[in-house]
Design a binder for this molecule. Structure first.
Ligand SMILES: Cc1cc2nc3c(=O)[nH]c(=O)nc-3n(C[C@H](O)[C@H](O)[C@H](O)COP(=O)(O)OP(=O)(O)OC[C@H]3O[C@@H](n4cnc5c(N)ncnc54)[C@H](O)[C@@H]3O)c2cc1C
Length: 501
């Protein structure tokens, strides 16, 4: 695979934000991602909240990067044409004795630099969110909190980085390293060949400790996966709340929330349970019951019959209980960006800026004159007026062929997604929403598959849901563990009949 000035290991939101930030400079940057597409790790499976920053402990690096990252979202999502809404958040309680804790969070938020925070009475909370329980006695309002589509953001960052010269190489797992005299890293071994590099940025999420260990000198930290299950409700009830509703936080999480997503659904969750395996992505009956109990306590009209999909994500919590953004103690030219649990999505643009600053301390960064921060807006048939639809169909008849009925996605949008880099059914789903509606792909899956096969010039048998052995058709790949259409959602005991991320 030749050489590069900088290799970024991991195409999650953090690695992609770093790639895009470094694409501003005259550098040869390569991003290596083991999955079939970027964003297929934790970055596709989270709550999508751009946190205000009052939850983070006073004065910590997390607090600084969260508040700084939050401020960057309007400009960033504007440039990248990614859905983002500053819908605000309300942390609410039914217990009078919690009011002192609300005051503490208010003061922590003010100290962290969060603007506009306000304590509200129970009535003021209900005036803003009439579907909340009548027993709410007060809340902390944070107007700067927002919601973003986390997978669209990750894919857009990679697409823009690529447009500005970064080589994004997917299905490429880093498996080893060799070193020159003096401890400087020389070569990365990958499943697609070796690459000679000057600097490495380890943004491998859950596997960040394994990558750090490849650099020698033992394991400088350990990643302990913490699972969060989430349940998505039909768009029909998408206006149940307009702000993100938090309960009082627990010692290891922000609690179980009611989230109006950037896509217009309500999502409830997540749980927070330490698990052994970095592959344990199953949802559980226990998780479902815990989430419903907690969220119905806040929004009594929530109805389990409105659930259309469930998924679980794994937070890459570290044994240091904080973000780890530091030069490797043992290897020159190696930066660890690990342990990026929540609010890592929020902090990602600020983390990227910080890492570029660390690189800038080691080599001169010359701005690239041709850098273009903007990404072309993806067409959205659903959001077009009748006149716009007519014009789009006249320009390209593929806009007249609706592929996904629930989300009203046209064939032209699927083709556009594939031209931007989608290679799998999930890649199309995350870019267009085809398959994310009430029927969860029952109608559109074969249609999207036909378009994917045609545009990529492959057979239907070669198509996968999300890369690897997740083949969609039982066929010549039968021995490779195929489970027929939809592939496998392992361990999803509660998800039967539902979609999953
Ligand atoms: C349930 C849940 C809810 C959350 N909610 C929020 C929220 O609302 N707001 C918020 O700010 N944050 C939230 N977070 C946290 C946020 O999702 C993470 O901080 C963020 O996604 C971390 O991004 P990352 O790039 O570090 O990791 P990842 O997205 O996991 O990316 C790491 C990438 O590295 C790749 N990789 C690993 N090993 C190798 C290798 N050897 N070679 C090549 N590639 C490799 C992986 O395939 C993966 O794509 C939540 C997390 C969870 C689990």
């Amino acid at each position: 695979m030749g050489c590069a000035d900088i290799a970024i290991i991991g195409g999650g939101v953090v690695g992609c934000a770093i790639a895009r930030e470094l694409s501003r400079y005259e550098l040869d940057v390569v991003l290596l991602e083991k999955e079939a597409e970027v964003g297929f790790g934790t970055s596709k499976a989270n709550s999508g909240i751009v946190h205000a920053g009052f939850h983070s402990d006073r004065g910590t690096q997390e607090a600084r990067l969260c508040v700084e990252g939050n401020k960057m979202f309007d400009a960033l999502c504007g440039e990248l044409a990614v859905p983002f809404r500053r819908n605000g958040s309300l942390l609410v309680t039914k217990t009078r004795s919690d009011m002192s804790e609300l005051e503490r969070l208010l003061s922590q938020g003010i100290h962290n630099g969060v603007p506009g925070l306000k304590i509200l009475s129970g009535q003021q909370v209900l005036d803003l969110e009439p579907n909340l329980s009548r027993d709410i006695v007060g809340g902390l309002y944070a107007p700067t909190a927002g919601v973003v589509s986390p997978y669209e953001l990750t894919m857009a960052l990679a697409e823009n980085a690529q447009a500005n010269g970064v080589r994004v190489i997917t299905s490429c797992e880093v498996t080893g390293m060799t070193f020159a005299d003096g401890g400087r890293l020389k070569r990365l071994k990958t499943s697609r060949g070796d690459i000679i590099v000057r600097y490495v940025i380890n943004a491998a999420g859950l596997f960040g400790d394994d990558i750090a260990a490849l650099a020698g000198g033992g394991r400088p930290f350990r990643i302990i996966p913490r699972k969060g299950e989430e349940y998505i409700l039909d768009r029909r009830v998408g206006s149940l709340v307009t702000r993100t509703i938090f309960p009082m936080p627990t010692p290891n999480s922000k609690g179980i929330l009611v989230i109006p997503t950037a896509d217009g659904n309500i999502m409830i969750g997540p749980t927070a349970v330490e698990v052994e395996s970095k592959y344990d992505l199953g949802t559980t009956r226990g998780g479902f019951e815990e989430i419903f109990r907690a969220t119905r306590d806040l929004v009594p009209s929530l109805d389990a019959r409105d659930i259309i999909a469930s998924f679980a994500g794994l937070r890459a919590a570290s044994d240091r209980h904080s973000f780890i953004i530091e030069r490797s103690p043992g290897v020159r030219g190696f930066i660890n960006v690990c342990g990026i649990e929540s609010p890592g999505l929020t902090a990602s643009p600020a983390i990227a800026r910080m890492v570029a600053g660390m690189i800038g301390e080691e080599m001169a960064l010359k701005p690239k004159r041709s850098f273009n921060p903007e990404r072309r807006l993806a067409p959205r048939f659903r959001e077009m007026s009748t006149a716009e639809r007519r014009r789009a169909i006249a320009r390209d008849p593929a806009f007249g062929r609706v592929v996904c009925r629930c989300e009203l996605v046209a064939e032209a949008e699927v083709v556009d997604a594939i031209r931007r880099g989608a290679r799998t059914l999930d890649g199309v789903k995350f870019r267009t929403r085809a398959g994310m509606g009430r029927c969860q792909g029952g109608f559109c899956t074969p249609r999207v598959m036909r378009i994917l096969a045609r545009e990529l010039g492959v057979s239907m048998e070669d198509l996968t849901k999300r890369g690897g052995a997740s083949f969609l058709v039982v066929s010549k790949h039968a021995d490779a563990g195929t489970a027929g259409i939809y592939g496998r959602d392992e361990g999803d005991e509660c998800g039967a009949g539902m979609g999953a991320r």
